[in-house]
Write a protein that binds this ligand. Structure first.
Ligand code: NAD
Ligand code: IPM
Ligand code: MN
Length: 353
């Protein structure tokens, strides 16, 4: 069969340290299962590239990536040299929008062997999906500053929610809930304070619910939802949220399972009209970059999600099993309470595969 063509974009900071560990794991599944992969290394979409060229990506970036089956992505951002909104709107956020990756699927799971910061929780208690809207919502560059530099300075920042964009993420979330045993969907809202878009979002959720009467739906204002993530994480199975709320929940959830260094994500165009993108939830971590201590699991798990999306279920399962075993038995990086380096933990995962 034709190999899966994968664009490999390490990006910045620890993206450059964890990506080699994902490649090591992919090499192992390639050899074990014969998964045919064509890996295409890409050194742009990084602040290093920006320093050299004055832009994050070459003008023909979309052409170069359009023929790929998937994009494996590390992290972008180096605020010491490039403002974050410039580097991110010039790379990751462009991919999500231009490739219509309207679902950001972010699993949250407490693993055996990982110390949980919440008292009394054991593996199995926390195991849910955050389904985050990924192409619109609060993330816009619509608005502006008026009367800049004066006492009358005003800033306006618009939120955009389309019926098309909202219904498709809600539908995806209901489908995920319908495919799981608990038949339950939790909806993030803030219809008390955000008086236009959020009551409307709730109305779209109600309308979609009519198609899935068997699913139990609960709406939570985002503030109490954050509290419930900490106090009652076992009550969640699938959580659907707008772009910004989903962003916040997808760092909070993994923090409740020990470390954000575990959390993977799948930026999906489910129709496969464009390549989907797989990346850790975390960023470039400038505070630890260069020490070789970043946790590689989020990156390796993201690569596993990529293979699952490409139809390589057995390879995905082997990667996840290897992650589970190494988390349970070590070696573990410092964020997990261990002393291992990124490479030691990555090598252990590849060896298990
Ligand atoms: P961050 O996720 O990079 O780091 C937050 C904290 O978590 C830091 O203390 C870091 O050391 C720790 N951490 C993150 N990943 C870890 C790992 N794998 N192992 C161990 N510890 C880990 O978030 P930030 O500090 O807010 O952002 C830093 C830069 O990354 C910024 O430029 C930001 O815009 C960017 N960013 C990019 C992405 C992305 O590319 N998807 C995501 C988030 C942040
Ligand atoms: C994420 C990141 C991005 C986001 C940033 C870097 C723009 O935090 O993938 O969660 O907010 O979507
Ligand atoms: Mn985030």
């Amino acid at each position: 069969p034709r190999p899966h063509r994968i664009a490999v974009i390490p990006g910045d900071g620890i993206g450059k340290e964890v990506m080699p560990e994902a490649l090591r794991a992919l090499d192992a599944v390639q050899r074990k299962f014969g998964v045919p992969l064509e890996l295409v290394p890409i050194d742009w979409a990084s602040c290093d590239h920006y320093a050299k060229t004055g832009e994050m990506m070459p003008p023909d970036w979309k052409n170069q990536l359009s023929g790929m089956d998937a994009i494996l992505f590390g992290a972008v951002g180096w605020p010491a040299t490039v403002p974050d909104h410039v580097s991110l709107w010039g790379s990751l956020l462009k991919f999500r929008r231009e490739f219509d990756q309207y679902i950001n699927l972010r699993p949250v799971r407490l693993f055996d062997g990982v110390p949980c910061p919440l008292a009394g929780r054991k593996p199995g208690d926390i195991d849910f999906l955050v389904v985050r809207e990924n192409t619109e919502g609060e993330y816009t560059n619509l608005g502006g500053v008026m009367y800049a530099g004066t006492e009358r300075e005003i800033v306006l920042q618009e939120t955009v929610m389309s019926r098309h964009g909202t219904d498709r993420v809600l539908k995806f979330a209901f489908e995920q809930a319908a495919a799981r045993p608990r038949q339950k969907l939790d909806v993030a809202t803030k219809s008390n304070g955000i008086a236009i878009s959020m009551p409307w979002w709730d109305g779209r959720a109600d309308a979609m619910h009519a198609n899935y009467p068997q699913i139990a739906v609960e709406k939570h204002h985002i503030d109490i939802l954050c509290a419930r993530f900490v106090l009652q994480p076992q009550r969640f199975d699938v959580v659907v949220a707008s772009n910004l709320f989903g962003d916040i929940l997808s760092d909070l959830g993994p923090a409740c399972t020990g470390t954000i260094g575990l959390a993977p994500s799948a930026n999906l165009n489910p129709e496969r009209a464009f390549p989907s993108l797989f990346e850790p939830v975390h960023g470039s971590a400038p505070d630890i970059y260069g020490q070789g201590i970043a946790n590689p699991v989020a990156m390796v798990w993201s690569a596993a999600l990529m293979l699952q999306f490409l139809g390589e279920q057995a390879a995905h399962d082997a990667m996840l099993a290897a992650i589970e075993q190494v988390l349970a038995q070590g070696p573990r990086t410092r964020d997990l309470g261990g002393q291992a380096s990124t490479a030691e933990m990555g090598a252990a995962i590849a060896e298990r595969i």
